[in-house]
Design a protein around this ligand. Structure first.
Ligand code: AMP
Ligand code: GLY
Length: 422
């Protein structure tokens, strides 16, 4: 069978890498892919991003199944379009993707269905937003309503920061349409975890747990990023916590969407905040896998992913039992100079070692330019190490990180540190 993975990041490289391990795979196309998917002999990059052209390509090549990585094509209706043309695709429809593409939709949805989350209000005018902030006090969180590539959230520790964020988004239009409406919500303290499941419209299949490191610098300091590393499993998600999140968050979300007339298919990612008393609340939903969470998760998946995807598009996920490598996987992101504000492109990347049983390097913002591999985006690579403990997985990953070089490379040295505390 031929398969298409849509996207160009580390998440898509990891999904394509795992799919290509299936014995029944004839070809894995990645559209548009990156330097790593270009170099992998089992993968073929296709330089198409237009959704109609992608559907034409799938028809021409008789591709049996498409897996969509990023939120933008999902919010743009790729699943609706492919289904209307009779093509098998795994992902949420445009309507279901509103759980991610509109914070206001997600908050109103959670409120309506009693799903635990921070208290909030939505604003499109500046004056009432400022008044609400003064009434609530700091810390407080300001979010652009629409998709802003992970940059539309300001966790304001002071009133000044909060007011400035409102002006940036509503008055100065920093996020364009995405920021024409904002959600202002209660600050939640605690520890975050990523809880990702697959849904086929009826059945829910949880993936291995993981935890992302969003801040640029060690000890979770510095600006928020799309994610500087992730590891799996996340010990904060104990079996009891897992059961509780399924009962209080995931199942009510799938059921609530159905009640509202929207069948949810695809990956559902609940970003959790777990407070000191052990209560999980939903910070956000994503309607796709996490990046970089996918990289350590795929490194641990033993089950044939093609088979899982076939069950997912056929509505038979209840027949699947996932098998995981018992080791911990730690994924360390290597980011470009200037990331996250203004990543510098063009640096030449050297020293990526071949994959081993303990390590694999997934590409994101890379491209092949002649014989060279060059930096093309903010997050460049994600090095995954596997080990019997977090410490051993870290050692595997950082041994590889230390062999890789490009000018201005930034990375955290402490991915997995929260797990070590548990
Ligand atoms: P989001 O895109 O909504 O997940 O927000 C990005 C990041 O901002 C999250 O991963 C958290 O670190 C932080 N964040 C979002 N909402 C809140 C909140 N209500 N309280 C505290 N931190 C938050
Ligand atoms: N790692 C966070 C995200 O994928 O949104």
């Amino acid at each position: 069978m031929k398969i298409l993975v849509v996207g160009s990041g580390g998440r898509e490289h990891a999904l394509a890498w795992k799919l290509a391990q299936s014995e029944r795979i004839q070809m894995v196309y990645v559209a548009p892919g990156n330097g790593g998917t270009a170099r992998d002999a089992r993968l073929v990059n296709v330089n198409i991003t237009d959704l109609h052209e992608l559907a034409n390509f799938v028809e021409q090549e008789h591709i049996g199944l498409t897996v969509v990585g990023p939120e933008t094509p999902l919010a743009g209706g790729i699943v609706n379009l492919f289904r209307a043309r009779g093509l098998k695709v795994f992902g949420p429809t445009k309507e279901a993707a509103q759980l991610e593409s509109s914070k206001d939709f997600a908050k109103a949805f959670m409120h309506r269905h009693g799903i635990p989350t921070a208290r909030y209000q939505t604003f499109s005018d500046v004056a009432p937003a400022h008044a609400y902030i003064d009434a609530m006090g700091a810390p407080i969180v300001i979010k652009a309503d629409g998709l802003a590539a992970g940059k539309g959230v300001v966790v304001a520790m002071t009133l000044e920061e909060a007011h400035r964020a409102v002006d940036d988004m509503l008055a100065d239009n920093r996020f364009g349409d995405a920021g024409a409406r904002i959600v202002i919500e209660e600050f939640l303290a605690g520890e975050e975890a990523s809880f990702i499941v697959m849904c086929d419209g009826k059945n829910v299949l949880p993936l291995a747990t993981s935890q992302d490191h969003k801040r640029l610098k060690d000890n979770d300091e510095g600006p928020n990023t799309g994610g500087m590393g992730a590891y799996s499993p996340a010990p904060i998600v104990t079996p009891a916590m897992h059961a509780r999140v399924m009962r209080e968050i995931i199942n009510p979300t799938i059921a609530g969407m159905a009640k509202d007339g929207i069948q949810f298919t695809g990956f559902l990612y609940a970003g959790l905040m777990i407070d000191a008393a052990g209560n999980p609340r939903t910070l956000e939903f994503n309607c796709r896998m996490g990046d970089p969470e996918t990289q350590p998760i795929m490194a641990r998946l033993k089950t044939d992913l093609l088979g899982v995807m076939e069950h997912a598009v056929n509505g038979t996920l209840d027949a699947v039992e996932l098998e995981w490598d018992r080791r911990t996987a730690v994924g360390v992101v290597l980011a470009a100079a200037g990331y996250p504000d203004a990543p510098l492109k063009g640096a030449v990347i050297d020293g990526i070692p071949a994959e081993t049983a303990e390590t694999v390097t997934f590409h994101a913002g890379t491209a092949e330019v002649g014989e060279q591999l060059q930096v093309t985006g903010g997050r460049v690579l994600c090095v995954v190490g596997l080990g019997d403990s977090i410490k051993m997985a870290q050692k595997q990953a950082y041994d590889v990180v230390d062999q890789i070089h490009f000018d201005g490379m930034q990375c955290r040295r402490d991915i997995g540190w929260r797990g070590l505390k548990h």
